[in-house]
Write a protein that binds this ligand. Structure first.
Ligand code: ADP
Length: 796
């Protein structure tokens, strides 16, 4: 842009007349050159008028740009006298003119309004005062403007040159205002600010604001640029890599991976609809950007579909007799479980695939061989074996998986385990089915029902997988320590096989035939033997259990220590005797024969059924001066507390027959305690024991210490049957009791008990409490020794 020399009318020429050109969106400043399009009639005439004269007119801005034909009130009063430097007539009748601002002027009067506006104007002269302040202001404004020009993409570089050459502050302000990105009101305000210093100050503020905006814009712009550069770079590098790989005859790793997935899907022997689903996912993967996080999710899903066994099946061992032999070879006893498996194999041989797999439930204390028999069954049948523990599961999603929309979703435990099984017909052991809980996250046993229901499990639905999975060929075996917590609906689906625990003799056999040979092999001790007495001592004094897990552990400990001695070159024993146990296992942990040393008043021995098999359980009754309160301690469950109440009511109502003074009940508090206090106990079968201890305390007749008892009691003194007889009898035997009182109803269950155990124990079958007391209690002490019971009166 070229500098304009001031062709301003002379000073003193106060008023002049010009045609007026109204403009809509622009404000023309002095020293500014700007093209304008002229289209409106009035404007065209004004231009013509100017061209006929001295090419000068006054340009003023409209207050509202929308008004097509503005009246004088619609126009600002201050404008700029300008000269038309060039005119260009357009074919459509409009004209483009290039004007050059000359000088500010104020309209004094409209002398003509017809056709075009002719106005009298008074030109405004600026006083140039060169002071240090002006100089400083100009430099500051110039510096700001320079930065703006550098940052802005719309300001031409020569704008700064023009500004630099402005000769005074007002001029500089006008140059900057004409270039700056201001709206019309702001521009008009600058035009109307006649004091050049004030004008430049106002502009400096606007400049600073503009600079802020430009800097921010610049920052954003460079960030965007950086991102674009990065992805551009990556794209270019990837393309190059692809081309290089092509040149070298290598495959793009992404393509290679997809091809591999495709091949694997083809090989995975999926059913048609699963394969369809897999291929659909694969084409989704194809359509996706390689870096998208979704691709990982799809790949994991496809891996699951590929890895699960869909149709791969192992062939069952057709030789039923051989299966039976193999089962016998690895496990002692357990006839019912073995028989059931052999039966199933035999029927299956005849019926083929139509035969549904049975769902077995092995119930018994720990260490009774449930898991290891499951393993042997799989081995004998020629199937794969997998096992999953359900202990502590409370969430349905653990069984059935989470939907794929969850981050990190996976299939549930059933299908995770099936993947490990690698065939669709494994022996699948679901451990600890009695420890499945339910809470707000849903009931896992509902999902388990579906797994174990032959009507439904051919189409098991896992939330993650989203396609049906066939579990019908799986042979499920569940295990539980006790059946009570297993939901009835679940129990109904299963065939319960009890593993009641082993008698001492059976344990010795298991140890000799299985545990010792195994441990010997594992420790490389071919010659080591254990004497029967040593084994019995380990069983009695080092392991107190229904199963053989601790027994096996103790045998392992001995083998380990002997092996160490051999390795260290010391003399190692060839036979383990009872005497050598102390050396290897330390002092005995249990004293065999847990019965009391004396016959005591108010202390009776019950036999109970626990998750660890059977156990003996003492019931203590103490009488204290009081008001007839009943105190129960030892963490007794509701049912047990009720049976204590029932025992008390029975005793009260039969007091006279039992030789107890009725008045006593009102003067005494009765405290019933069942050690060990920290272990929760429940169940109705302690009724007889509690009643015996009560009668003993109140009548002061001691209880025979070698007698154990079990049975539920009614208010009238009848004795009802109980469960878990075998465990209880084995526990009584283990504890060294001599006589057991059991409900008459349970007489039939005695067949399950090994003959040796039966020989060692005397059984008394009872139907009523009055049959119990003469056997369990000693006769009354002589009348002279009888005294009123007082606190702590538990000993005779
Ligand atoms: P559970 O699953 O009932 O808790 P395990 O199957 O883990 O018990 O058995 C514990 C150990 O005892 C295993 O080493 C197992 O081989 C052994 N065992 C248990 N019962 C027998 C048996 N009848 N014959 C041979 N070994 C047995």
């Amino acid at each position: 842009m070229e500098l304009v020399d001031n062709r301003v009318p002379d000073e003193g020429d106060d008023v002049d007349e010009y045609p007026l050109l109204a403009v809509r969106d622009a404000v023309v400043f002095p020293h500014m050159m700007i093209p304008l399009f002229v289209g409106r009639d009035r404007s065209l005439r004004a231009v013509d008028e100017a061209l006929e004269d001295d090419h000068c007119l006054i340009i003023v801005t409209q207050k509202e740009p929308e008004i097509r034909d503005p009246s004088p009130e619609d126009l600002y009063n201050v404008g700029t006298i300008a000269s038309i430097a060039r005119t260009l007539r357009m074919p459509d009748g409009t004209t483009s003119i290039l004007v050059e601002g000359l000088q500010r002027a104020e309209i004094v009067e409209y002398t003509q309004t017809h056709g075009f506006y002719q106005v009298k104007v008074s030109p405004i002269y600026e006083e140039v005062q060169e002071q240090p302040l002006t100089e400083a202001l100009m430099r500051a404004a110039l510096a700001l403007f320079e930065k703006c020009v550098q940052l802005s993409r719309s300001l031409p570089d020569d704008a700064f040159v023009t500004a630099m050459n402005a000769e005074d502050s007002g001029w500089l302000a006008d140059v900057i205002a004409s270039h700056l990105n201001l709206d019309v009101d702001e521009r008009q305000e600058i035009l109307e600010t006649l004091d050049p210093i004030v004008r430049l100050q106002k502009l400096s503020v606007l400049l600073a604001k503009e600079l802020d905006v430009l800097e921010l814009e610049d920052q954003i712009q460079s960030q965007v640029q950086e991102e674009v550069d990065k992805s551009q770079r990556e794209f270019v590098l990837r393309e190059q890599m692809r081309i290089i790989q092509n040149e070298l005859g290598e495959m793009d790793p992404l393509m290679a991976e997809k091809n591999e997935l495709r091949d694997k899907i083809a090989e995975a022997k999926m059913p048609a609809e699963v394969r369809e689903k897999a291929e659909k996912e694969l084409s989704r993967l194809d359509a996706m950007a390689p870096m998208s996080p979704e691709t990982g999710v799809i790949r994991t899903y496809l891996d699951w579909l590929i890895d699960l066994p869909w149709t791969q099946e192992t062939k069952d061992n057709p030789d039923v007799a051989k299966v039976a032999r193999l089962l016998d070879k690895e496990h002692y006893g357990l006839p019912k479980a073995k028989e059931r498996i052999v039966e199933y194999m035999a029927v299956r041989k005849l019926a083929g695939d139509r035969m549904r797999s049975p769902i077995l439930c092995f119930v018994g204390p720990p260490g009774t061989g449930k898991t290891s028999l499951g393993r042997s069954i799989a081995k004998a049948m020629g199937r794969n074996f997998v096992r999953v523990s359900l202990g502590g599961i409370r969430d349905e999603a653990e069984i059935r998986g989470h939907r794929r929309t969850y981050i990190g979703a996976l299939p549930g435990r059933i299908l995770q385990t099936m993947r490990r099984a690698k065939s669709i017909n494994p022996v699948f052991m679901l451990d600890e089915i009695d420890k499945v809980g339910a809470d707000f996250r849903g009931d896992p046993s509902a999902a388990l029902l579906e797994v174990l229901d032959p009507e439904q499990n051919h189409a098991f639905s896992d939330h993650y997988l989203d396609v049906d999975y066939d579990l019908s060929k799986v042979m499920f075996i569940t295990t539980a320590n006790i059946l009570d917590p297993v939901p009835a609906a679940l129990e109904d689906r299963m065939e319960v096989i009890e593993f009641p625990g082993y008698a001492e003799l059976e344990k010795v056999e298991i140890a000799k035939r299985f545990l010792i040979p195994r441990q010997r092999d594992e420790h490389g001790l071919r010659g080591l033997r254990f004497s029967d007495q040593a084994l019995r001592k380990i069983i009695r004094e080092y392991s107190y259990e229904a199963g053989v897990r601790n027994l096996e552990r103790e045998i392992a400990t001995i083998c380990r220590k002997v092996a160490r001695a051999v390795a260290e070159g010391k003399r190692a024993p060839r036979l383990i005797t009872p005497q050598s146990l102390y050396k290897y296992l330390g002092p005995p942990q249990y004293s065999y024969g847990l019965i009391e040393d004396n016959d005591e008043v108010g202390l009776a021995t019950g036999i109970a059924w626990t998750a660890a098999g059977g156990d003996t359980m003492s019931v203590e009754v103490t009488l204290m001066d009081g008001k007839g309160n009943l105190i129960l301690t030892g963490q007794l469950g509701d049912v047990m507390q009720e049976s204590a109440q029932a025992a008390l009511s029975y005793t009260r109502s039969h007091a006279t027959d039992l030789g107890i003074r009725k008045k006593q009940f009102d003067k005494l508090d009765i405290h019933i305690h069942v050690p060990e206090g920290a272990i929760p106990k429940d169940g109705p079968s302690a009724g007889v024991t509690i009643a015996t201890a009560l009668v003993s305390a109140l009548s002061r007749r001691p209880v025979h210490r070698e007698i154990g008892m079990t049975g539920e009691i009614t208010l009238r003194g009848r004795i009802l049957g109980i469960g878990g007889l075998k465990e209880k009898v084995l526990a009584a035997h283990r504890a060294g009791l001599k006589k057991v009182l059991i409900p008459k109803k349970n007489e039939k269950d005695l067949d399950d008990i090994p003959r040796r155990v039966r020989k060692d124990l005397e059984f008394v079958f009872v139907e009523r409490m009055d049959e119990v007391l003469p056997v369990a209690l000693m006769p009354s002490p002589p009348a002279s020794r009888r005294k009123r019971p007082s606190s702590g009166a538990t000993t005779s």
